[in-house]
Design a protein around this ligand. Structure first.
Ligand code: ADP
Ligand code: MG
Length: 391
């Protein structure tokens, strides 16, 4: 478990870690240091592929890159977290394997959009757990884009960069992901979450209520089911939008849904009910944040969990246990599963002053109940992908 003080020390550690690894390797200081954060979604789950609303925040765990330009078209990067280095030429970008695919893919999508790329070399390190649902992959994509930008700048348009990072995952890596992760990793802002309209990608920063903290509660369980269940939910939503004769479930309100649902298959109706109600909750959550109403925000977070558990059926026993334990603690305003589901993380909105003891209590109760060690991170909303040092 990491508290905020440990966390600050850790941020310095990672920055120092990449800097000293760079100096050791290249015998000089890095010319640039860039960072790109992980993210967590506060509310708005399984709404993105329904053209709906999501409300994620970038977190203070990030991938850091220390680098310098090269005067040719080669890219040479090593990760302190993986053994094999990544090396390729911008003259002709071909597929490789492992984590370097994210860098190659990002270079390819930037090139496809005619951004002027120059070679660079460096070292990266991260404190975003891999595969835990905090989107280390989007962080790596945006860290790569920022690194290319640092050595040969162009006008940085965060949303354009997010689209190119999504293109990397979809077309270079063949992973069907929505745009949420890349949008928030590119556009995050300290102390804020970002309300994103997934139809037109317009977005609005909303402040986290004062004196609250977001605690990420990783159940330390991962399920293989996730891809097939995900595709099944996508098709069920399509069936529902055809039934209602709309482009996407985003186009109907809860009252319209209730007045017209009676002839819809009951299972499809439950799936659609989740999406339609979740869109409304997400908009209400943004309003609650703007009015600094943490109690209301907590209630909406709780309602989101119940809807994901009962209507959308993407929760798991461990996630339900984690959420239940969190909600029995004093100072917890609400908790829910976050991400696609079937395992992974929950989040809790808690009173800032009790965040440390909350994290400890929830960890030990969860461990006692199911004999699995959870990972718990107290998170602070942070900036999106940025240049933090220029020599
Ligand atoms: P996540 O939920 O964390 O995004 P993904 O499976 O989508 O999980 O992406 C994880 C992949 O991102 C890793 O397998 C690796 O290829 C790459 N990655 C993440 N962190 C690092 C790192 N520190 N160094 C190199 N590659 C990384
Ligand atoms: Mg990912």
């Amino acid at each position: 478990m990491k508290d905020n003080r440990g966390f600050l020390a850790e941020i310095m550690n990672i920055k120092e870690k990449v800097t000293s690894a760079f100096i050791k390797r290249y015998k000089e200081s890095p010319q640039f240091i860039v960072r790109a954060p992980g993210r967590v979604n506060l509310i708005g789950e399984h709404t993105d592929y329904n053209d709906g609303f999501v409300l994620p925040m970038a977190i203070d765990r990030a991938i850091w890159v220390a680098l310098r330009p090269r005067d040719d078209l080669a890219v040479k990067v090593s990760s302190l977290d993986f053994s094999k280095p990544c090396e390729f030429s911008l003259e002709e970008i071909t597929h490789g394997d492992g984590w370097g695919e994210y860098l190659r893919g990002m270079a390819w999508s930037l090139q496809e959009s005619d951004y002027p790329l120059q070679g660079w070399e460096g070292v990266l390190a991260s404190d975003i757990p891999v595969g835990a649902g905090l989107s280390s992959s989007a962080a790596l994509e945006l860290a790569t884009a920022r690194s290319f930008w640092a050595v040969n700048p162009w006008e940085w348009d965060a949303t354009k960069m997010a689209r190119l990072a999504q293109k990397t995952e979809n077309e270079w890596l063949g992973v069907k992901t929505g745009i949420m992760d890349q949008m928030i990793v590119a556009n995050g802002k300290e102390d804020h979450a970002l309300l994103i309209d997934c139809r037109d990608l317009s977005s609005q920063l909303v402040p986290l209520p004062t004196e609250t903290a977001i605690v990420v509660l990783d159940t330390a369980t991962r399920r293989g089911l996730i891809d097939s269940a995900y595709n099944e939910r996508v098709s069920e939503c399509q069936i529902a939008s055809e039934f209602f004769s709309v482009d996407a479930l985003r186009d109907i309100s809860l009252s319209f849904f209730e007045n017209h649902v009676d002839k819809l298959d009951p299972l499809i109706a439950r799936r659609a009910h989740h999406v339609v109600s979740e869109n409304e909750r997400t908009l209400e959550a943004a309003t609650a944040m703007k009015t600094n109403d943490r109690v209301k925000l907590g209630q909406l977070i709780n309602a989101s969990h119940i809807s994901l558990r009962d209507d959308y059926e993407v929760s798991s026993e461990e996630l339900n246990i984690m959420v239940e334990i969190a909600n029995t603690q004093e100072g917890c305003f609400g908790a829910r599963m976050t991400g696609a589901g079937f395992g992974g993380c929950a989040i809790a909105l808690v009173e800032k002053s009790i965040a440390d003891s909350f994290a400890e209590k929830v960890s030990s109760l969860y461990r006692a109940k199911i004999a699995i060690d959870p990972q718990v991170y107290i998170c602070h909303p942070s900036n999106g992908a940025e240049l933090v040092k220029e020599l």
